[in-house]
Design a protein around this ligand. Structure first.
Ligand code: SF4
Ligand code: SF4
Length: 386
């Protein structure tokens, strides 16, 4: 088996708490707020767990400061906060009420609840998403009670008709109140669509909701502590770092002893589906599970080379699509044409790009097309106003 595709959880080094390390000065976090309305201004003092930006559409989770400090910058895409003082926001309320009220309470406390619906079949996805993204095993093995708190809250909010924990074979993980389902630990078996098929035997059944095990932990921690979770576990190499959300990637790489060279790519997530960051000041998000570094010396450079028609991407696509055709149309801005090739069924596994003989950025073209297609109703609305 290609070692890149192994999802068998590895042995982890002891966890390192960045608070206990010498950072050479006050920590300054960077919180991503693209598309959000800022709720704070420069020089304002904020408490740990205070909301600092909210989605104007009321769908995405509210962004909170993970430290007590002073707002140093408010830009279109990020807010920075410099650590200072020890203020903590007032505790949140988590009423036991109807489904929407309970889910809204989670969203306002920083949890992404999009896609969760009442009466669903709930699957807790505990598969490491990609190679090296297995630090969440700490949550399942050491904080099982917190996971259970999260599950109990979700059960009240969703009244699911069944609940299953999907986990990598031979790990023997359990959460009380869930049936277990072993999954062969080989990529892309970790992706929600494939986990769903493994557990239910069906492709994209509408009644299934899949929630990542890290999100379940965050729900448990949020409800238990009555505050948004401000810390995240990020794995670099074999070491998990416990660090405030928004910690700049450069701070973590320095602690880990990594010195990025020019043109190395630093990725939030794994090598196949993660997203490259363009600045060492970029802060880790609440869902950042790992940081991967692709060295230019041993990684082929992806370029917008022309497709040579080798068909490798078609052979390896688990969604049975034609990534070659989708990427060709997306490359030239013909986004609507990609619909005819079933772009909506792409599960963003990145295998097409991995196997591409021409080293085309196929997944990136696909993500671009999806984003443009999602924005189309807005563009059409604007056109109609003219
Ligand atoms: S990312 Fe590529 S290989 Fe994966 S499902 Fe989408 S088109 Fe297929
Ligand atoms: S793998 Fe790359 S070069 Fe080959 S058909 Fe697909 S897009 Fe074209």
């Amino acid at each position: 088996m290609n070692p890149l595709f192994s999802l068998a959880p590895s042995e982890l080094d002891p966890i390192i708490n960045t608070w206990e390390q010498e950072l050479g000065g006050a920590l300054e976090i960077s919180l991503e707020i693209t598309g959000f309305d800022p709720l704070v201004r420069p020089n304002e003092q904020v408490a740990k767990a205070q909301p600092v930006a909210a989605d104007p559409a009321g769908k995405k989770p509210t962004v909170h400061s993970s430290i007590s400090g002073t707002i140093t910058n408010v830009k279109k895409d990020f807010i920075t906060v410099r650590e200072e003082g020890a203020r903590i926001a007032q505790p949140s309320e988590f009423p036991v009420a109807d489904s929407q009220v309970m889910l809204n309470a989670l969203r306002e406390n920083g949890i992404d609840v999009r896609g969760l619906k009442e009466g669903c079949t709930l699957i807790i996805n505990a598969m490491p998403r990609e190679l090296g993204m297995d630090a969440h095993r700490i949550l399942i093995e050491e904080f099982n009670e917190i996971m259970l708190t999260g599950l109990q809250y979700l059960k009240k909010a969703l009244s699911p008709n069944a609940c299953t924990l999907a986990y990598p074979g031979r790990m023997d993980w359990t959460i009380s109140g869930c049936t277990g389902h072993e999954i062969t630990p080989v990529y892309p078996n970790s992706l929600p669509e494939i986990v769903t098929k493994e557990v239910t035997g069906k492709e994209l059944p509408s009644e299934v909701c899949v929630i990542d095990a890290t999100t379940l932990y965050r729900i448990g921690r949020t409800v238990h502590g009555r505050q948004p979770v401000t810390l995240v576990i990020v794995k670099i190499g074999s070491t998990p770092y416990l660090t405030p959300v928004g910690t700049p990637v450069g701070v973590l790489l320095k602690l880990a002893g990594f010195r990025p060279a020019e043109h190395d790519r630093i990725i939030f997530g794994g090598p196949l589906t993660g997203e490259t960051v363009y600045s060492l000041k970029h802060g880790v998000g609440p869902d950042t599970q790992a940081i991967t570094i692709l060295r230019t010396t041993n990684t082929p450079t992806v370029k917008d080379n022309p497709c040579v028609g080798c068909g490798e991407c078609v052979i390896h696509c688990p969604a049975r699509l034609q990534p070659n055709m989708i990427s060709r149309h997306a490359e030239f801005g013909l986004y609507e044409n990609t619909l005819a090739y079933g772009i909506g069924s792409c599960i963003e596994c990145g295998l097409c790009g991995y196997w591409c003989k021409a080293q085309r950025p196929i997944l990136q073209y696909i993500r671009l097309a999806k984003k443009e297609l999602a924005a189309q109703p807005i563009l059409e609305g604007l056109r109609k106003q003219k």
